[in-house]
Ligand binder design. Structure first.
Ligand code: PSU
Ligand code: MN
Length: 305
């Protein structure tokens, strides 16, 4: 599956390689959520628990990252722990994935970069927390995540809890529609809002079974419709933070980011850590719960495929 020219830059972890060769289900996992999305040691625990959940569901987890210039498809437990602890890693998207490889750097892969790596390795299903999207105030800042363009071009199913609620969800949905990315809400009629089960926006599409999601993806491929699709999986009720409560934290974090002139790649990590602080750790507990929930659904989709 991997081209001759790419092979010399990539290490596939043996369990993952075996599963890919045998055609058994594999689920990709991103690593920016480990390096930039959560503090240590919760990031380490989360990275281990999502892999455990995928294994328990009968699929093979492949956490993707760049370590010392090697594009890793699947990490050993030791590599995963080291990445969680590292602290000074790059945040890699389409623009700089190859830079990190060429310059022998270490970095977490965003949704966009993880999709690229998963597609290279022949992995069709990928679990994350929330995708990047159109930031609030994007009409001034032009801050639109490269995740959206990647979803439009790379054939991977991304299982998320929706766009992170720090974003302008309405504009994010508009861009996804323009770029031809199906947004399928799992088992609900409204778009979830990451930490909360409900946003004010209706579900563009809805499916209720992993087999139906797999069937939709296969149909797109059979018709030659290129690109990926976004699954929005609402966080479990017991773990959600109601949107009303989140709104206050998000607005305060946004204000702080403006006051401190935070821009570019630093915006999302800054907002997430500020919201963690403001919510007294509640947002982090919910973030972990929703990633675990997405890993479980991703494994079921991978099995159905
Ligand atoms: N999901 C989470 N936490 C995160 C992310 C996703 O629960 O930190 C990461 C993903 O890697 C996503 C990135 O691609 O945030 C978006 O960054 P940006 O807005 O700069 O494109
Ligand atoms: Mn951005």
């Amino acid at each position: 599956m991997i081209s001759e020219s790419a092979r010399s830059f990539i290490d596939i972890e043996p369990t993952v390689a075996k599963a890919l060769a045998a055609g058994t289900p594999v689920v990709a996992l991103e690593s920016t959520i480990i390096t930039h999305g959560m503090p240590y040691p919760q990031n380490r625990e989360m990275a281990a628990s999502v892999e455990r959940i995928i294994s328990e569901e009968g699929a093979v987890p492949a956490t993707i990252a760049v370590i010392d210039g090697r594009l890793k498809i699947g990490l050993t437990a030791a590599e995963r722990d080291a990445l969680a602890k590292a602290g000074d890693t790059m945040k890699l998207s389409r623009a700089d994935l190859a830079f990190a490889i060429a310059e022998r750097r270490t970095g977490g892969t965003t949704v966009a970069a993880t999709m690229i790596a998963a597609a290279l390795a022949g992995i069709s299903v990928f679990a994350t927390g929330g995708i990047g999207g159109v930031h609030k105030g994007a009409e001034k800042s032009f801050d639109v995540s490269a995740d959206l363009d990647e979803l439009a071009r790379t054939p991977v199913i991304v299982v998320s809890a929706g766009p992170k609620a720090i974003l302008d969800i309405e504009k994010t949905l508009e861009v996804l529609e323009t770029r031809g990315v199906p947004v399928v809400v799992y088992g609900a009629d409204v778009m979830p809002a990451f930490w909360s089960r409900r946003s004010p926006y209706p579900a563009p599409l809805r499916l209720d079974r992993p087999e139906a999601l797999a069937g939709f993806f296969r149909t797109r491929q059979a018709l030659g419709i290129t690109g990926g699709m976004l699954v929005a999986n609402p966080v479990p009720e017991a773990e959600e933070i109601p949107a009303k409560e989140m709104t206050g934290y998000i607005a305060a974090a946004q204000k702080a980011a403006e006051a401190e002139n935070i821009g570019g790649k630093a915006v999302t990590p800054y907002l997430l850590s500020k919201i963690l602080e403001l919510s007294d750790g509640k947002s982090l507990a919910t973030n972990i719960a929703l990633v675990e929930n997405n890993a479980r659904l991703a494994a079921r989709i991978a099995k159905a495929l």
